[in-house]
Write a protein that binds this ligand. Structure first.
Ligand SMILES: CC(C)(COP(=O)(O)OP(=O)(O)OC[C@H]1O[C@@H](n2cnc3c(N)ncnc32)[C@H](O)[C@@H]1OP(=O)(O)O)[C@@H](O)C(=O)NCCC(=O)NCCS
Length: 196
């Protein structure tokens, strides 16, 4: 699967992404906001990509974020239904050189739109560490609301931290989506499903 936005392509991970993934994720400033192993090694990247390559099912999206202008891998994003009742695996990260340009908003809006394109999906669950102001802003901008807090291990910090739990309803997302003053397209290209 492949999703295209104004400036980005979200596509399936490929084993050839592994070295770039290590360069991007082996960065404390990014890793302190995520639950990835740290330091992040080539073995971590390869086994993670292989795991996600094996799974191809409904409501299970793990994408590399590619910048269209130079075809560079600049981040990753995911939304996945972990069981029939709960979706708790929303994730987004971008290389620090790309922050503050609205690209996170572009990715997170596209992922939400993709999720709600399935009429059976009415909510997305996500979370961010309590100190992560950028992620808080991004989530709230798209319409997420807080509903709880839990302890979560942050490997980069080597300790448990507070994770703020948030959820986005279809209704709140549609309210946000109607306010967008630019045309926003998500194209699903199933012909690319086997590109790996
Ligand atoms: C979270 C992240 C994906 C946001 O990406 P981004 O491309 O910088 O986000 P955007 O430029 O679309 O900004 C989204 C909103 O957050 C705000 N924002 C961005 N960085 C911010 C910061 N450091 N502090 C406060 N607000 C911030 C922006 O101003 C914008 O709000 P606005 O449109 O009302 O001005 C990015 O910071 C990142 O990759 N961080 C490291 C990994 C991470 O934290 N992932 C999330 C884990 S839950």
């Amino acid at each position: 699967m492949r999703v295209e936005t104004d400036r980005l392509i979200l596509r399936n991970w490929q084993l050839t992404d592994a070295e770039d993934l290590v360069k991007l994720l082996n960065n404390f400033e990014i890793a302190k906001n995520l639950t990835i192993p740290f330091p992040y090694t080539l073995d971590d990247a390869i086994s993670w990509i292989k795991k996600n390559m094996q799974k191809s099912k409904r409501n299970y999206y793990y994408f590399a974020v590619i910048r269209k202008s130079d075809n560079a891998l600049i981040g990753g994003t995911s939304l996945a239904l972990q069981d029939e009742k709960e979706m708790d695996n929303g994730g987004i990260w971008l290389d620090a050189s790309c922050h503050g340009q609205g690209l996170g908003t572009e990715v997170w809006t596209a992922m939400s739109r993709l999720w709600f394109a399935d009429k059976n999906n009415n909510v997305i669950y996500s979370g961010y560490f309590s100190y992560n102001k950028a992620s808080e802003k991004l989530h709230k901008k798209v319409g997420y609301k807080e509903f709880g807090v839990r302890k979560q291990l942050c490997p980069a910090l080597g300790k448990e931290v507070d994770e703020i739990l948030v959820k986005l309803t279809r209704n709140d997302f549609e309210k946000y989506y109607r306010t967008l003053d630019f045309e926003f397209k998500v194209r699903e290209d199933n012909a690319q499903t086997n590109e790996m």
